[in-house]
Design a protein around this ligand. Structure first.
Ligand code: UD1
Length: 422
């Protein structure tokens, strides 16, 4: 297993290219299951989660051809061999559950392992199941697997979601494209990754509208066809690298970034004293004074502040002038980075879903442990500011969601390297 070593204190200057969104690609890839015709995805990020989804789709008989080092993928489900998503793959990545809706829609059956526990909370599947049952699916849990059938096919329905779940919205939107009649998803998630999926489904021939609003309406069609679709920019990678110059000075342009992807995040940066400007090339970021100011943050579904940027924001607020309050409303157990940041000299109190961060003037390098994807990168950011060396162990989490983090940061002047874990 690898570790990343960061030596803090060097200002960062230059451009960081932002990849295609992991979370969009993980929903777009299973969309191939809806059609026998090829789906070509461009701007695909090169990440281990994408490899996991590739392995899952291949286990179902999907042909996946990678080009340009994995940046372009052609997926074809013309010769499916299975409708069973095995525990051995699903347990590695919750997004594997996104095969459920498409398999049910086209093959009228699916056996999908429940993902099981996850470091940031229980993350059940009840919203997905309730929604698909409203569309006529019969779903039973046996041996840790969801056994789902839709004899005669799925039927359009009014599908109100009790929470605007990203995954459930994606599963239902995909399933409804081939259902008989009209489906209306109420309280749908509005994340840019949903918008991206809907645009791709439309390119495949789906009759679907309302993406980016709380109501998505889908008129089922007989079959979907071939399409080529570019994956939207990764707003979480974007937000992460936007924070980098706040930790150690300098000015960084995140290439391909646009304000509409990170509006609520940029509002908080502005309040914290960070300048963000948009140009044709992307978003340029610079800290106005010597230290950011304290701000309060509450995570919410899009367009609110994203939970996937909470750990990185907390790392920044550790160095802010004043006391900040962070409230995590999406996942119940998502402050595992706090004790690691405390090891670097931060002053944080956590109580349930709330954290109080008393800003300190400096952090100190330390060996720390990455517990999940976004926690890992928050520790690397903290390491950019810390005096001395920070060693982030167990970085396999990082490789799930960040393409070549050490290359991207060293290209703008950071002292960062990947080493074999001791
Ligand atoms: C997606 C993202 C993840 C992000 C999250 C919230 C992908 C691959 N992952 O995850 O990075 O952090 O959105 O923005 O896109 N819930 C239930 N029952 C369900 C489904 C969800 O109770 O059936 C709960 C979850 O436990 C969690 C909350 O709803 O507390 C949000 O989950 P959801 O929006 O579904 O997130 P994911 O799609 O899993």
């Amino acid at each position: 297993m690898d570790s990343i070593i960061v030596s803090g204190g060097t200002p960062l200057n230059g451009d960081i290219p932002i990849a295609g969104a992991k979370n969009a690609a993980l929903a777009l890839m299973p969309a191939t299951l809806l059609s026998g015709a090829p789906l070509t995805l461009t701007n695909v990020p090169r990440l281990s989660d994408i490899k996991t989804m590739t392995a899952l789709l291949e286990s179902l008989g999907v042909e996946v051809t990678s080009m340009q080092g994995g940046k372009v993928q052609v997926l074809s489900s013309h010769a499916m061999t299975s409708t069973r998503a095995d525990y051995e793959i699903v347990r590695k990545m919750r997004a594997s559950n996104l095969v459920l809706g498409p398999l049910l829609a086209r093959h009228h059956e699916a056996i999908v392992s429940l993902p099981g526990g996850c470091a940031i909370g229980a993350r059940p599947m009840d919203i997905h199941i309730d929604a698909l049952e409203l569309m006529g699916a019969q779903i039973e849990l046996r041996d840790g697997y969801l056994h789902a059938v839709a004899p005669g096919g799925l039927k359009g329905a009014r599908v109100p979601l009790r929470f605007a779940s990203v995954g459930a919205t994606e599963n239902v939107a995909m399933a409804a494209t081939l259902a008989k009649g009209t489906t209306v998803i109420e309280n749908a998630a509005r994340e840019p990754e949903i918008v991206d999926l809907v645009r791709c489904l439309r390119a495949m021939g789906a009759q679907i509208e309302g993406e980016g609003t709380s109501t998505i309406e889908i008129q089922g069609v007989e079959a979907l066809g071939a399409a080529t679709h570019p994956v939207v920019t990764d707003r979480i990678e974007l937000g992460t690298y936007m924070l980098a110059p706040v930790f150690c000075g300098g000015e960084v342009t995140c290439l391909g970034g646009t304000l509409d992807l990170v509006t609520s995040f940029v509002e908080k940066l502005d309040a914290a004293g960070v300048d963000v400007s948009e140009s044709d090339r992307g978003l340029t970021v610079k800290l106005r004074g010597d230290r950011p100011r304290a701000v309060d943050v509450v995570t919410e579904p899009f367009p609110g502040f994203p939970t996937d940027l909470q750990a990185q924001m907390m790392a920044m607020l550790c160095l802010a002038d004043g006391t900040s309050k962070l409230e995590e409303r999406i996942f119940e157990n998502r402050f595992m980075h706090a004790p690691e940041l405390v090891r670097m000299g931060a002053n944080i109190e956590v109580q349930g879903g709330q954290a109080t961060v008393h800003g300190v003037a400096r952090l100190k390098g330390a060996p720390v442990m990455a517990t999940d994807l976004r926690a890992s990168v928050s520790l690397i950011l903290a390491g950019l500011a810390a005096e001395g060396e920070t060693r982030v162990n167990r970085v396999y989490h990082l490789d799930r969601g960040y393409e070549h983090v050490e290359d991207k940061l060293s290209a703008v002047g950071a002292r960062i390297e990947r080493v074999q874990e001791r």
